[in-house]
Design a protein around this ligand. Structure first.
Ligand code: ATP
Length: 657
């Protein structure tokens, strides 16, 4: 599967300040705490700057002129007090900022998750999982670190430098001005170097996402990798991706090193020049020793934030790259939206059940490509089962995705009991249309939770059950038990009774491993437990035998008599169980009727059935093949036993001799 860095960046790139300002959307509620944090940090810095001024008073005042011990004690106490206040203010900064930053990170993470659930399937098809995990974890951590430390320290450092330079000018204007000129040169050079770091920072984050995708896919596909002996190739792929990331990190480190070098060499050189010039000024009585000392101690305090600016700039560019990736997803327009004023959910159009109608439906994924569905007109008979048959790629899954509104038509409409699905809220549509897919997805929770997942939503739509404070339906424990038992029985999932904890057994990725057929049965049970008005099945029983499929279909008819069902059929047995069959050929419906009618008069239908039979041989053939395998296995075992007997006899003879 190709690895993609995810959504494309917006056409007009944002500047770093404009990007960082977007953070206000999440930071605004905690802004007072951040401002308080900033103020305490600033005060702490001012305390640090105040200490050299006390030093000047000490040198020029009590210590050198009057020799007063009391004055010296007071001055010492003052420096100690300033130090203690500085430490207390630093502690306050951490408390204020940490809670604010983690709160903003939490809100951003929740919003991203909500967005991922909201975005259409097409987005998830083209975006790799690792990239999304990286966005929700690593990228957001970088943003939090910047809010908690980078931003505040950037403001505080800048303020400290400005105040410090002013004090340096006040203490020794000649030396202060020299430092100011040097500071301007530093800023210009640093901003020139930032470009290469910024580009590498974005590249590194995209590459880290690719790496996460690689790990995720390798773990998920571990069986395939092992079975095909591709472990070595996978290892090489991973190695080269990891190496690419390493090289980008080195580019970042190089750029940061250059910035840090400028921000270290220049101020240190300035101090050296200032020392010579300062000594000259003192000798020629143009500067006092106290003022020179105060200048140097102030310069030492200012140099700390100046040197830190390099790291802070790198942190800002890292956070900007991370925030850009986050906003790429958050700002993505969702073509599947709810109407401003959704229509009320209609009642079933007929006593037999709901009707579903597709009117002149066209689906085209890209203007450069031919439509996948082209002028489809289709009515699903209420309360009956319709099988959708077609060659691979004919558009069956695409058509199915239109019913629960996982996808919208390019033109034409899909009507549920006479109402266009786009006029209903997506929540309402999905509360009456339940899907089950061939690729059954189970979550890392109990059988019970997996199966009852959609039951509450449909119960709310039926509105005969109780509701909770949010208006969502709540099934009583007894009702839940009944639904669970019925759904498991109908889906032929009786194996659940033999699991160690029955319906409370934890399954899914982190739980018990189930066979493909068992997973499919639970996925079907989930759709049944929802008691939908419309059931959409994308070949959900492909991994079970024909007898189980027949039993499940019978149970479905009994349990959900008024449910209108559309099932994609990949084998003749599924077609045979349907009331009505529709043939899809290159995105168009070319035939509809009963299995017998189509068999008699539709050549493409016969061709598709023949193709299905070749792909899914009848169960008798499979049974024959299994028996043949059994016989061969028995022969091998017999031969092995005979050889063992022969060996034992030869050994006995040897011993006897
Ligand atoms: N999100 C998408 N973007 C672009 N093309 C797509 C997308 N989804 C499906 N297609 C294309 O639409 C065509 C029909 O796909 P679809 O999955 O509906 O066929 P199908 O009949 O269900 O096939 P199969 O029997 O193999 O599952 C294919 O050519 C597929 O590549």
């Amino acid at each position: 599967m190709p690895v993609s860095p995810g959504p494309k960046r917006p056409a007009a790139p944002r500047s770093t300040p404009a990007t960082m300002l977007r953070l206000l959307d999440w930071v605004r509620p905690v802004l007072p705490r951040i401002v308080m944090g900033g103020i305490t940090a600033l005060l702490a810095s001012l305390m640090a700057l105040a200490i050299p001024q006390v030093l000047r008073v000490v040198i020029e005042g009590p210590l050198l002129s009057s020799g007063s011990v009391t004055g010296l004690v007071w001055a010492t106490a003052l420096v100690l007090a300033l130090g203690l206040i500085e430490a207390f203010l630093v502690w306050c900064r951490r408390v204020f900022i940490a809670t604010a930053a983690t709160g903003a990170e939490h809100d951003m993470r929740v919003e991203l998750y909500h967005r991922l659930l909201d975005l259409p399937i097409a987005f998830h098809n083209r975006t790799s999982g690792g990239q999304l995990i990286q966005r929700s974890m690593g990228d957001l951590s970088a943003v939090r670190r910047w809010v908690a430390f980078g931003f505040v320290m950037m403001v505080v450092s800048s303020a400290t430098i400005v105040v410090g330079v002013v004090l340096m000018i006040v203490n020794a204007w000649q030396l202060g001005l020299l430092y100011l000129v040097g500071a301007i040169v530093m800023v210009v050079l640093t901003f020139r170097l930032r470009r290469s770091y910024g580009a590498a920072a974005r590249r590194a984050r995209d590459q880290a996402g690719d790496l996460a995708t690689n790990v995720e896919e390798s773990v998920q596909g571990i069986r395939v990798l092992k079975a095909f002996g591709r472990g070595e190739d996978a290892h090489e792929d991973f190695f080269s991706q990891a190496d690419e990331l390493r090289r980008t990190e080195l580019v970042k480190a190089g750029a940061q090193a250059r910035i840090t070098a400028v921000l270290t060499i220049l101020p240190e050189s300035l101090l050296a020049v200032s020392l010579g010039l300062g000594a000259y000024l003192v000798v020629h009585d143009q500067l006092t020793i106290g003022a020179l000392s105060a200048f140097f101690v102030t310069a030492a305090v200012v140099n700390r934030p100046v040197e830190m600016l390099g790291n802070l700039l790198a942190m800002t560019l890292d956070a900007r790259a991370a925030l850009d990736r986050y906003l790429d997803v958050i700002d993505l327009p969702n073509p599947l939206t709810d109407p401003a004023d959704p229509a009320r959910l209609p009642a079933p159009a007929t006593p037999e059940g709901s009707t579903v109608e597709l009117r002149d439906v066209v689906v085209q994924f890209s203007p450069d490509e031919a439509p996948v569905l082209d002028g489809v007109d289709l009515v699903l008979p209420p309360g009956r089962t319709t099988a959708l048959v077609g060659l691979t790629g004919s558009g069956k899954s695409t058509l199915l995705a239109l019913l629960p509104r996982l996808l919208d038509t390019t033109s034409g409409s899909v009507l549920l009991d006479g109402v266009d699905v786009r006029d209903l809220s997506r929540r309402d549509v999905r509360s009456i249309v339940a899907p089950a897919f061939e690729d059954s997805v189970l979550f890392s929770t109990s059988v019970r939770d997996n199966v009852l997942m959609g039951a509450a939503a449909t119960a709310r739509a039926e509105s005969t059950e109780g509701t909770d404070a949010d208006g969502a339906a709540v099934l009583t424990p007894q009702e839940e038990d009944t639904r669970l038992a019925e759904a498991l029985e109908a889906a032929q999932a009786d194996f659940v009774a033999d699991l160690e904890d029955g319906t409370d057994t934890i399954i899914g990725e982190e739980g018990l491993s189930l066979s493909g057929g068992q997973r499919q049965r639970l996925s079907l049970a989930r759709a049944i437990a929802a008691r939908p008005r419309v059931l959409v099945l994308d070949d959900p029983l492909s991994a079970v035998d024909v007898a189980t499929e027949t039993a499940a279909t019978d149970a479905l008819r009994r349990l959900l008599p008024g449910t209108t069902t559309l099932v994609v059929a990949h084998r003749p047995s599924t077609v045979a169980l349907a009331d009505h069959v529709v043939v899809l050929e290159g995105g168009r419906i070319t035939g509809a009727g009963t299995h017998t009618e189509l068999l008699a008069g539709h050549p493409h239908y016969r061709y598709v059935l023949t193709a299905m039979e070749q792909e899914h041989p009848a169960d008798e053939d499979v049974a024959d093949a299994e028996q043949a395998v059994d016989e061969v296995e028995h022969e091998i075992i017999d031969e092995a036993e005979q050889e063992a007997e022969l060996d034992a006899r030869l050994q006995d003879e040897e011993v006897a001799r």
